[in-house]
Ligand binder design. Sequence first.
Ligand SMILES: Cc1cc2nc3c(=O)[nH]c(=O)nc-3n(C[C@H](O)[C@H](O)[C@H](O)COP(=O)(O)OP(=O)(O)OC[C@H]3O[C@@H](n4cnc5c(N)ncnc54)[C@H](O)[C@@H]3O)c2cc1C
Length: 401
Amino acid sequence: MSISVVGGGLTGCLIALELAESGRSVVLFEKEAEILTRASYANEGKIHLGFVYAADTSFRTAKRMIDDALQFRPVLERWISSREFDEMLYDRFDYLVPNSSMLSADAIEAHFNLVMQYLKEQVATKSASYLGQGNLQPVVRSGTDNTNLQARFSTPEQGVWPAAIAQKIRECVSLHPKIEVRVGTAISKIRSERNAWFVTFEASDLRDEGPFDQIVNCAWAGRRRLDAASGFPDDGEWFYRYKFGVVLKNARAAFGGEPPRNSTAVLGAFGDSVYHSVEDTHYCSWYPVGMCFSSTDLAKDEPPRIDDPEKAILKTWKGYSAMDTTFEALLSSKPLENAHIVGDFIAARAQSDIQDPQSKLHERHSYGSVELAPGYWSVETGKYTSAARCAHECSQRVRGR
Ligand SMILES: Cc1cc2nc3c(=O)[nH]c(=O)nc-3n(C[C@H](O)[C@H](O)[C@H](O)COP(=O)(O)OP(=O)(O)OC[C@H]3O[C@@H](n4cnc5c(N)ncnc54)[C@H](O)[C@@H]3O)c2cc1C
């Protein structure tokens, strides 16, 4: 019998690949027309070291992010060559602390110092490297002449270009002889019968498919609903947010020849500006504009409609221009023909939104795979940063059954 994986995001695809490579036959069900088109495609690819989680005073989130980040490249390099991976990387982030930040620049600096201490310890004791960086760049605080900012920190934190990773992983999955991909197939229920698992989906009628030895639910925003429909409700507190950013092609010219340094605004006016030189593409998110849905429940994980995308794009750039004045070049050239919006849901255990300093959204450390019944696994990815480690750990547990 084979194994079924529901959800072809980065986590589901990496699990399918690892199981297939170990000789198991895998059927991968994906509701969209193509795998890797949702959150694992629409995010900015930051491989977090926990800098942004300065409001988690337990420090558990930063530790978890660092542990996961150190495994990201080694797991991905089973499928992507080192040279290809280098080309998918983009440059380091500066952290910008606006005057409106929930935490002072001094408090953020104290957190950053702890992050660096833990990161260096882990790199040394595990003989690991963060995304292949030889010498970690230190955190350096500098002043700024931008009157909206308290401080600017350069950091060693980097990211990968998710669209490039998605393209490569799609190829690996589609070429693997032990993986059958079933796109356009939304699984509505998982059920067991005589020690085997079956999935139900709608075609022209309601169809069942199986039997499968084991089943792995990697449906991210749709995961909890599928578990509940299959008899495993999770009554914990959940918060779903739809976040979008603006992707700009031919970015160098649009910025007047000099794209901005990569940056993240913390903690309060959240946003990111990322430039990938190989693709000459820029990504910008600005929470006050790009966070267009938030709720403690998600009935359907269909993206909300954005009524006036051009206005949303200009508002995003305008918002970020308060953090980084190089954005003024975009506001005068308005390269809308090269810009489009990408976004998706973020699913996390919390009760209130990010503006609340007490919100559990400021923590992200309790995620991974759980076996809800013998052979039924539900995988909460946590972050893009953690997808590789979650997938590897879950694959090992599935193989060990
Ligand atoms: C805008 C944005 C920015 C982000 N930025 C970062 C970042 O910089 N760094 C970071 O670490 N994390 C970031 N994240 C979080 C990160 O994107 C996610 O944690 C991660 O991509 C989730 O991976 P996944 O494989 O679990 O989910 P997905 O990639 O969403 O894959 C789940 C798949 O399951 C499919 N599916 C759902 N329901 C069903 C069903 N019933 N039947 C069949 N298929 C189904 C979906 O179509 C989808 O393809 C961001 C998220 C967003 C939305």
